[in-house]
Design a protein around this ligand. Structure first.
Ligand code: SF4
Ligand code: SF4
Length: 416
């Protein structure tokens, strides 16, 4: 396994700024707090160990430094970014700096007052997530009772004149509902619908056996999407990306490590990709003690997998390496134990059979809901963290397989 705590001798030089393009977009993960408990959440399973949040002033500095660096698109995300009561302050500053701003939200806490304040602050765009088109599945998958509230929030977003992306993460439970999900987006007046097939990181990786769809489910859903694109494509642009587990070549992850994306976690850790926190040994620089420009151009974490020189075989000598850049580093680590390996989605990878096995098992599983899903919540995060630190089967057995009784049922009325 490649030791990520050691500098690589033949890594690309820690970059003259002239040799590396600036980031295009900044993802500000304002908090890991969230009223929902999604089974597919991409937050790290050990998020409870990183719960100190940057202050308002620290975030304002991050925004200014990122804009000076060249970033133009800004996503406010989490957790649930509405848990921060300084969101409006941050949006106002971002807008005055010239960012195009997007709020990525579950909608819980998005009252009419906050929508008005966010509009006045200059927020450009809202991405609202649903778990499904049915109340039963929406509420099951988030382990909350939030479906009706989300419906009201969607209507409020449109009333305030925001362009809206409806986002729904897809997996074996809701793929058969894709037609209903599209109908829901059309009825809500969404300009965009993002049907995001689950990426198996974080909690989704932990629940992979329960969430992985079958090839047939994906093919049927894709045919439905095509039909709607032909009839309703003018009204609502529909994005649908097949999960890479069913491909033979990996995705060009993040369009390249350290190429366009700069994430900042709630505690200030700078992330070359959403899931980079999962890579052991990779020392993530922190915005609290390092200027963003140094993080982007000089840090080992951002230079580690930039370009092509870090590659091992079979990528190193592969004629396709410029196209996919060897795929996803986090997926390579999660499936092979070495982040410098070829992404095993690639059928040239010696570990490709592991990916095939996962999809084969999914095709055999009849009723995955009979298996326990581990929902994202603080108690499960602590137990999983402990289980990983000192493998104790006991701790895993003790996992709560349902959200705690104290889980909030919603974020309160929207003021409608
Ligand atoms: S995926 Fe669900 S639990 Fe995770 S941050 Fe988003 S809304 Fe919250
Ligand atoms: S061997 Fe590596 S570079 Fe070649 S196609 Fe596979 S993942 Fe891409």
């Amino acid at each position: 396994m490649t030791d990520l705590s050691q500098p690589v001798a033949d890594a690309q030089p820690a970059t003259a700024p002239g040799g590396v393009a600036p980031p295009l977009w900044l993802l500000a993960e304002l908090t890991y707090r969230c009223p929902l408990h999604c089974a597919f959440c991409y937050n790290p399973v050990d998020y409870t160990g990183h719960n100190r949040e940057l202050s308002t002033d620290e975030w304002l500095r991050v925004l200014r430094e990122a804009r000076a660096l060249g970033a133009a698109q800004l996503g406010f995300s989490g957790g649930e970014p509405l848990m921060r009561d300084d969101l409006e302050v941050l949006v106002r500053e971002a807008r005055s700096l010239g960012f195009y701003t997007n709020l990525i939200t579950s909608g819980i806490g998005l009252t009419d007052k906050r929508l008005g304040d966010l509009k006045a602050a200059g927020l450009d765009h809202i991405q609202l997530s649903f778990q499904d088109s049915t109340q039963e599945l929406n509420d099951f998958l988030s382990s909350t009772r939030t479906f009706d509230l989300k419906q009201r929030v969607a209507a409020s977003i449109k009333r305030h004149g925001f362009p809206m992306v409806l986002n729904c993460v897809l997996h074996r439970y809701n793929l058969p509902h894709v037609d209903k999900i599209i109908e829901m987006a059309l009825a809500m007046g969404a300009e965009y619908l993002e049907l995001a097939n689950t990426q198996y990181y974080g909690w989704a990786h932990h629940n992979q056996a329960q969430l992985m769809p079958t090839r047939e489910q994906l093919d049927e859903a894709e045919a439905v999407v095509e039909r709607y694109r032909r009839t309703h494509g003018e009204r609502c642009k529909i994005f649908f990306v097949v999960p890479d587990y069913f491909e033979r070549r990996p995705k060009r992850c993040m369009n390249g490590w350290g190429a366009v994306f700069l994430g900042v976690a709630p505690d200030g850790a700078a992330l070359p990709c959403h899931a980079a926190r999962a890579l052991p040994g990779l020392v993530l620089p922190n915005v609290k003690d390092t200027p963003l420009s140094d993080i982007w151009y000089e840090s080992d974490a951002f230079n580690r997998f930039r370009g092509l020189q870090w590659m091992k075989e079979p990528c190193r000598s592969c004629e396709e390496k410029e196209r996919d850049l060897g795929g996803c580093r986090c997926q390579a680590y999660l499936l092979t134990g070495d982040a410098a390996n070829a992404d095993p989605v690639c059928d040239k990878s010696p570990s490709h059979e592991k990916v095939v096995d996962v999809t084969r098992l999914a095709a055999l599983a009849r009723e995955p809901r009979e298996q326990p899903i581990v929902f994202r919540n603080d108690a499960n995060s602590r137990k999983l963290t402990a289980a990983r630190a000192a493998p104790a089967a006991q701790a895993v057995d003790n996992l709560a397989h349902h959200a705690p009784d104290s889980a909030p049922n919603n974020g309160g009325p929207t003021g409608d």
